[in-house]
Design a protein around this ligand. Sequence first.
Ligand code: PLP
Length: 415
Amino acid sequence: MSYISSLDPQLYASMSAELLRQRTGLEMIPSENFCSLAVMEAQGSVLTNKYSEGYPGKRYYGGNEFIDQVETLAIERAKKLFGSFAANVQPHAGSQANMAAYFAALEPGQSIMGLNLSHGGHLTHGSPVNFSGKWYKIIPYNVDKETQLLDYDAIKKLAMEQKPNLILTGYTAYPRTINFGAFREIADACGAVLMTDMAHIAGLIAGGAHPNPIPFSDIVTSTTHKTLRGPRGAIVLSTEAFAQKIDKAVFPGLQGGPFDHAIAAKAVCFHEAMQPEFSTYAHAIVENAKALAEALLSQGFDLVSGGTDNHLLLVDLTKKGITGKEAQLALDEAGITVNKNTIPYDTQSPFITSGIRIGTPALTTRGMGKGEMKEIAGFMAKVIAGKEDDTLKAKIRNEVRELASKFPLYPELGE
Ligand SMILES: *Cc1c(COP(=O)(O)O)cnc(C)c1O
């Protein structure tokens, strides 16, 4: 960032403050991670200068011989990493990837059956304020009220009654393993397209720490910046039957020129995710989440569904007499970043919420393990019990700083 520092000290001050924030705090938002310097190098490269509307070998601009190599490499690696027939690596973000999937599979007005947003679905899975809820008929399914788990029999019953055009699995706040085979059976029984949005769990899938949806799904969308630990962006994977429709939906359907620098960074990320160390990383994320869950349970917290199988947990704060919003604020003051989140059948609004969502991908990237998870659960319990005690929060903030300093983040970037 040395060029920015001399050219634009005002912007540089904010950027270096953000680096310091990332270094000295505990990043526990489950959709965040710390990508490698190689990923950042690709994103900050001259590839940002190029226009390359179209696809490798079929561009609307000249001078794309090297861009074609980059995009082809990214496509081939994505296909190999997940075992998919086709890959489109151009979507700018997860929301655009989902839009492309709907464009390819549906006509406006047709129906999507997805998980109720307050039970763990994503904005693009049918929120009334999002294009998905405006342009498509949304048929929400719920998690079971008692177990807080997906109830495949209930989902099948609803699907057979409603006959949706597309069934959507893959979530933003569901702490358990998804049975993709069960969804395939339901989709076949009611004649729906099966789409999996693996945005949150793509890294676990790449590393073999969660079952792979590819053999069961017609279309699979993913972000590349969550557990997969790549650049901000997305991909769409599909079967032969959907490959051309997806390509047309992304370009010219939705986007203009691809972000070639981001595509190069995706290629770096897929290469990293193929290495044996990445599988170790993916399994460590899950082990850390389980250790954190156990430690929070022993501190008297309630967890939605009682625990976790993946990278995240949802803490139900109802019994603790604190809302998700209050807990998020108090933890922020202690240097622990989480997000407030509704719990299934929440009685609070999405702005207040009864829960917080916490995840281990970023801390695991820093090298933290089960011992640190236990220590952090202790910090959380103290902060939540003493949410109005400024002295206590300041003391924990110092302990957080000390813990974070033992796991240096981007030491290569200097002060
Ligand atoms: C994060 C997420 C997205 C959207 O990704 P953006 O890159 O923020 O647009 C889509 N689906 C799910 C399930 C997600 O968790």
